[in-house]
Design a binder for this molecule. Structure first.
Ligand code: PMP
Length: 290
């Protein structure tokens, strides 16, 4: 049962979700100087709940924080995640930690700025295999890693927001980023896989986020990780995208190319769904009990 007033963890305390306020001079609001994560917890088959691959998410967040000069304690942040889930009685939830630079200067030097962190959790509907998404090749290029490392830095996501907006305006569900040489990068919030003649490939690209779900699926399916061209993706038998929020999501079409009913993707989707809920003890090391 949900608690009456949702609680968030904010700078070390649990508070009602609508009570914290950030100054209008917040650096992160002006310049995107923050780092976040997208994590999920699941109601497990034993009647409890667990966070999927929490240490990996925390380590990625730590790297982003380090880049911005934000102090970040992995253990304290992990504890804050668990505390927030417990305070809200959440089992199936999406978890959003965010660390950001606050006030102190309107300039770009981060040294004088205050540092903050929050964790919010949102109940997610029980997973139902959704309708396969229609993907369109984006007119936008992905942030090149040489300009902005592929970490979950707040400002970097404006690139995803623009691509998502453009894809929706053109009648697609999601955008696929392709580089100047015709290689697949990733989607706005998910990594890309393909199936061809029964063999599974995970598209690798230096500008793509090193996804935790991608690593999970590579391990589960023994997928080969390598650069993939847009043409190869169009010639594939099945395409699917993976991410914490997307889980394993089948793709119905890519521009004009339509795929079939994605039988292997559906199999991996079910397998992933079982593992995140603690249905396979081989992978219990990926679960942190709430
Ligand atoms: N790429 C981007 C740009 C993302 O935002 C995400 C979601 N975090 C992913 C890929 C998938 O990463 P993960 O599996 O770690 O959630």
């Amino acid at each position: 049962t949900a608690v009456a007033t949702p609680q968030v963890w904010f700078d070390g305390r649990m508070v009602a979700i609508d009570s914290p306020q950030a100054p209008l001079t917040t650096h992160a609001m002006h310049y995107g100087s923050g780092v976040f994560e997208g994590i999920r917890s699941y109601a497990t088959v034993d009647g409890g709940a667990a966070v999927f691959r929490l240490p990996e998410h925390m380590e990625r967040m730590r790297k982003g924080a380090e880049l911005l000069g934000i102090d970040f304690d992995v253990d304290a942040a992990s504890e804050a995640v668990l505390k927030t889930l417990r305070a809200n009685n959440h089992r199936d939830a999406y978890i959003r930690p965010l660390a950001w630079l606050g006030s102190g200067t309107i300039g770009l030097d981060v040294a004088p700025l205050t540092q903050h962190m929050m964790v919010a959790t949102m109940a997610t509907a029980v997973h139902l295999a959704g309708k396969a998404a229609r993907l369109g090749v984006s007119g936008w290029r992905r942030n090149p890693a040489t300009s902005l490392p592929p970490l979950k830095l707040c400002g970097g996501y404006i690139n995803s927001v623009l691509a998502k907006r453009e894809a929706k305006a053109r009648g697609f569900d999601e955008a696929l980023f392709v580089d100047g040489e015709g290689f697949v990068v990733e989607c706005t919030g998910a990594n890309v896989f393909m199936v061809k003649n029964g063999s599974i490939t995970a598209a690798s690209h230096p500008d793509a986020l090193d996804g935790i779900t991608r690593a999970t699926l590579v391990e589960l399916t023994s997928a080969h990780s390598r650069p993939v061209s847009l043409q190869e993706l169009k010639d594939a038998d099945e395409v699917f995208v993976v991410g914490t929020a997307a889980e394993v999501a089948p793709i119905a079409s890519l521009d004009e190319r339509e795929y079939g009913d994605n039988p292997l993707t559906r199999k991996f989707q079910a397998l992933y769904g079982r593992i995140v809920r603690g249905g396979d003890s081989t992978y219990s090391r990926w679960l942190t009990a709430v």
